[in-house]
Write a protein that binds this ligand. Structure first.
Ligand code: NAD
Ligand code: LMR
Length: 333
């Protein structure tokens, strides 16, 4: 794949390796679902000291799978060591919101995690490093990490909205009776939160505009958008735990698309640094329609944005601005 070291194993660092997403993710990375069936990988797992033992247990199980592509596993409780030479960094470990915690408490706890991890990436990552932040609040955590990595191009820091994108594809397929592979050009805009905007206005179903196929504005506004935006909460309610296998799957999709490219007539959604496109303040990490070519991500230009979409995008971006300002006020960057 584009931009990966040819022949040599690719170093993949996973933080929060002993968590539930980690458990759903590591075995698929080691079996070739991140970078393809021909790319050997070396895993570095980062955990907090009290979870290192559990990570060792997972590493034992990885050994026991005898995966031909897995050339080694190291376990760390120190970010500098964990990101040394990293090519692909999956930042999954984050402090979940606990009872009585305010938003500011969460941002401050995560600033304490993602600032030092950004600095460690800056210090030791490979030239071609690609970073995906999964841990919530993913967009702002990615922004914090990027601020602490001045020597790494900002476009290497991304936040995961591929899960939202996949959820939206699945909902539209179910509604229209199409296969998921028949759906293209769907977009998640903004923050990976309930304010996100899943946008069907450019989407197609077997090449026909999705809004024509659906032909039901109320369904789009009152069912589709809230179902996708609140799916994380619905999963928590149903499982008693937040999404794990689907989140791990989306992380694999995000990185694989980044290195292998988007299809010619389609795009994906990812939280990437804004270049000011679509009125999103430059520097914010916001979800956009994104194409991947030659190992680089770029924002799809010049889409027409109608008034409904404009208001939805603005609302989610306003939340990102608030999060960024709160992080600045807390002195975390
Ligand atoms: P989890 O609690 O099961 O696991 C998190 C792990 O991170 C724990 O093992 C913990 O010890 C570890 N951790 C905490 N601080 C760390 C640090 N400084 N360094 C390394 N590891 C650290 O949680 P999970 O279900 O695996 O979810 C992980 C994160 O992903 C959460 O923030 C969750 O909200 C988020 N998430 C995001 C999406 C998305 O679409 N972007 C989807 C699902 C979940
Ligand atoms: C999700 O989208 O499933 C996760 O971000 C979990 C959550 O808190 O919504």
């Amino acid at each position: 794949p584009a931009g990966l070291p040819a022949g040599a194993p690719v170093t993949v660092t996973v933080t929060g390796a002993a968590g539930q997403i980690g458990y759903a993710l590591l075995f698929r990375i080691a079996s070739g679902h991140l970078l393809g069936p021909d790319v050997p990988v070396r895993l570095r797992l980062l955990e907090v000291p009290q979870a290192v033992k559990a990570a060792e247990g997972t590493a034992m199980e990885l050994d026991d799978c005898a995966f031909p592509l897995l050339t080694g596993i190291d376990i760390h409780d120190d970010a500098t060591a964990a990101f040394d030479g990293v090519n692909v960094a999956l930042l999954v470990g984050a402090r979940p919101r606990g009872a009585g915690m305010e938003r500011g408490d969460l941002l401050s706890a995560n600033g304490g995690i993602f600032g030092p991890q950004g600095a460690a990436i800056n210090a030791g990552a490979a030239q071609d490093v690609r970073v995906l932040v999964v841990g919530n609040p993913a967009n702002t955590n990615a922004w914090i990490a990027a601020q602490h990595a001045p020597d790494v191009p900002k476009d290497r820091f991304t936040a995961m909205t591929r899960l939202d994108h996949n959820r939206a594809v699945a909902q539209l397929a179910a509604r229209t009776g199409a296969g998921v592979e028949d759906i293209a050009r769907l977009t998640i805009w903004g923050n990976h939160s309930a304010t996100q905007y899943p946008d069907l206005s450019h989407a197609t179903v077997r090449g026909t505009p999705a809004l024509e196929v659906v032909d039901d504005e109320a369904w789009v506004r009152d069912t589709f958008i809230p179902t996708v935006a609140k799916r994380g909460a619905a999963i928590i309610e149903a499982r008693g735990a937040s999404s794990a296998a689907s989140a791990a799957n989306a992380a694999l999709d995000h990185v694989r698309t980044w290195v292998t490219g988007t299809p010619a007539d389609d795009w994906t959604s990812a939280g990437v640094v804004s270049d000011g496109s679509y009125g999103v303040p430059e520097g914010l990490i916001s979800s956009f329609p994104v194409i991947a070519r030659d190992g680089e991500l770029s924002i799809v230009p010049d889409l027409e944005i109608d008034d409904f979409s404009r208001a939805r995008i603005d609302a989610s971006v306003a939340e990102l601005v608030e999060e960024r300002d709160a992080v600045r006020a807390l002195g975390l960057v």
